[in-house]
Design a protein around this ligand. Sequence first.
Ligand code: FES
Ligand SMILES: [Fe+2]
Length: 392
Amino acid sequence: MTDARPGTDRHSTDRPAADRRAAVADLRRIGINRDHWYPVARSRNVPKERTFAAVFAGERIALYRGRSGRVYALEDRCAHRQVPLSMGVVEGDALRCCYHAWAYRGNGHISQIPYLPKGCERPPRGVASYPVREAYGLVFVFPGDPDKAESAPFPVLPEFAAASHRTMTFSRTVRCHYSFMHENLLDMNHQFLHRGVLGRIQPELLGYESGPRFVEARYLFVPAGGRKDRGAGLLSAEGIGGKDRPDVVTIRTEYPYQTLRDVPEGAELPAFSLWAAYVPEDAEQRTNHAYGLLMIAKPPVPGVLHLAWPLIRRFTERVFAQDRMAVEAEQRAWDEQGEDRNHEVFPLILDVREVLRSNGVPLDPPAGAPAAPGSGGRPGAVAEANGSTGRG
Ligand code: FES
Ligand SMILES: [Fe+2]
């Protein structure tokens, strides 16, 4: 692909590397695999008898919570005239469009067309519905083949419900492809970026493992001086638990999720752990919604965590802002270049790229661009295939 672009002569010394890159699909054109459970809202965004406009990779989803307390997810487009159903009103466990008042059940079937003349047949199809699960204060939908929803792995987070832990939830949009997020957290060699917040930290890779669906890395963190945010201290060796050992942190991408855990020796649950999902918002998947659950063990002295909470929040927000700055800059470079042109040297990052590439689905090339090598699927095809499985 590089060869076909004008003005790329300065990369000609790079030809063998460019050729190697061309042999594999550009990871930033790989869409996320739909056959997984993805959070699309916080539970509190969907109060009883209210709707919420969610999105997954350009697909608008109307969430609503019925009077029963159950959450439903429908295609956000009325079957009548395509007005968003998220603008509608909840009646019992049904959703009524705000325009001509067609009503839908939670499975997307039309339950009522109030003005339908006698003897007229109802349209055969309603709208698509998505399997929904609510857990950990998040609403998850299954955007893929609904027949696979039941058997698809669902995140298991025992520390979320444990009385010993408290959870801080993060939910925000980051303007980059989800793959940059995985690479950011797994590659701890970027601590220089956080030097103002974390002080100088020397991360040492103790080892890593990878497989077809995962990469797991273990790092030892050794402080090397410098000023540090107080929140950082609270989440590290000298922290609220009063630990007397350096931090060993395990970071794992297990498609499509990511976790970071600090499990003290001999302990059953981590001192703290982060679970994260990066859910594409737009059809081109150059923006993701990052959902994070940071679960922190309560220290033995009651009330200490409560007092430390705002500091931990401020610290994590500062770190996150720096990471966001970096990954959004990476995405901008990709947008300007039209492709990945980088020189990654860290083996486990090459591995996680392969995990994300081989478990994902190629996206459409932009109009007028040559097809990416190996690209076969397209989001439209997925949507059509889903339609034909009888959703809605
Ligand atoms: S557009 Fe929804 S009822 Fe007419
Ligand atoms: Fe970071």
